[in-house]
Design a protein. Structure first.
Length: 150
């Protein structure tokens, strides 16, 4: 696992914050800062290779995090069950269910290889927040959303 202290040096946080705005799932957008940490507590990566151009570089990275397909599937099951039993579901209860799933020790990890793009900004390399990065950080989430769309 790479040193998290180095992440600050190479990450464009303005772009990263837009993930929840652009993300396919609004489930994570209302989380407190403490709860958002749960999204990344299992995040690990291993850089396999880097190809560097003049202003763009590509890193092949093996990324591991909680399987968000499992998290969201289990969350949705709880939400629908509550909604069917009670006839409604208040937002606080739904939020509680999501946090329970993020904290669950039963959620497996998922590892996948991703091509992460870096761009040079003001002479420094910054990670580009794009669909490849989102798929790597939230493994299984895109697949879950696509399964709903179909």
């Amino acid at each position: 696992m790479e040193n998290f202290g180095k992440v600050n040096e190479y990450t464009n946080y303005d772009q990263l914050r837009k993930i929840s705005e652009e993300n396919e799932s609004n489930i994570m957008s209302n989380e407190s800062e403490e709860n958002q940490k749960l999204l990344y507590e299992a995040l690990e990566w291993n850089i396999q290779s880097i190809t560097v151009g003049e202003d763009v570089a590509t890193a092949v990275v093996e990324v591991t995090n909680k399987d968000f397909n499992e998290i969201v599937t289990s969350y949705m099951e709880k939400v629908f069950q509550e909604w069917f039993l009670q006839g409604n579901l208040d937002e606080a209860k739904a939020q509680e269910y999501f946090i329970e799933e993020l904290k669950s020790q039963d959620i497996p990890s998922k590892t996948q290889e991703a091509n992460i793009t870096l761009q040079k900004e003001n002479g420094k390399w910054k990670v580009k927040v794009d669909s490849n990065l989102r798929k790597a950080i939230y493994p299984g989430l895109v697949e879950f959303v696509e399964s709903i769309d179909n």
